[in-house]
Design a protein around this ligand. Structure first.
Ligand code: GLP
Length: 242
């Protein structure tokens, strides 16, 4: 693992955006695995700025998002579809038909997972998978459990995850109880993984994920088995690394 620690958020954002921009410049048809949450927002802002300056185009790229809440219409303000439109996909030149996200309102959620996996399969490997990290070690919405799933699947969110994400909703009880998420198998198949973590509140889980035992109790620890992971941390998040 290549672990890089940054003193300022700006440096971290520029480094993250630079890796994605560099990939798109050498491979305009790159397949990007994208993440939501507070963590990638600054990187997306830098990418939008680079696009505005004419330094990068997303016109031939394909985007696959990691996850979506069950029961939220795409137009819901807290849906991950809306998040991606507002922070990246709606602000750059990527055609909508090249942007994919599981549908949390599909009448048959199992069929939706199968559809998403088939679509991923058609595109071959994800070239770069961007990841944030949940406080409990989740990646996407792959929550700690005795076993983990390889492909896209329905997951019941842990109460700690629901309360961590309540800030995006008007009331805590509005946070959905379930989500669809890409599986750990799909994430680990990506050619390169870019894990980004910020803040002192994540220092302990960063240490467990990167230096602790590889266990399904901390899904991000499985990233230790991947041959090409780049980790971008601010100094707070990296504060407990040995
Ligand atoms: C969310 C998302 C994850 C994200 C993580 C951390 O629930 N499903 O993809 O990486 O939790 O979120 P944040 O960046 O807001 O701390």
């Amino acid at each position: 693992m290549n672990i890089l620690t940054f003193r300022t958020q700006e440096e971290l954002n520029k480094a993250g955006a630079g890796i994605i921009t560099g990939l798109l410049q050498t491979n305009p048809r790159a397949v990007l695995g994208l993440a939501t949450g507070s963590t990638p927002i600054g990187i997306y802002r830098e990418l939008v700025e680079s696009h505005r300056q004419g330094l990068v185009s997303f016109s031939k790229a394909t985007a696959f998002n990691l996850d979506e809440y069950v029961g939220l219409e795409p137009g819901h303000p807290a849906s991950y579809y809306t998040f991606m439109q507002e922070h990246l996909l709606g602000l750059v030149d990527i055609p909508p038909q090249q942007c994919h996200i599981p549908s949390g309102i599909a009448p048959d959620l199992q069929a939706e997972c199968t559809r998403y996996d088939s679509l991923l399969e058609e595109h071959g490997q994800i070239d770069l998978q961007l990841l944030g990290l949940g406080h409990n070690g989740h990646i996407g919405f792959n929550e700690p459990d005795a076993t983990l799933e390889g492909g896209t699947h329905l997951v019941e969110l842990k109460e700690s995850t629901r309360s961590a994400n309540a800030r995006f909703f008007d009331k805590p009880e509005q946070v959905p109880t379930h989500a669809l998420t890409m599986g750990v198998g799909t994430i680990l198949k990506a050619k390169m993984i870019l894990l980004v973590v910020r803040g002192a509140d994540k220092a302990e889980i960063v240490q467990r994920a990167l230096q602790g035992p590889i266990t399904t109790d901390c899904p991000a620890s499985l990233l230790q088995t991947h041959p090409h992971v780049v980790v971008l941390l601010d100094s707070e998040a990296g504060g407990l690394l040995k």
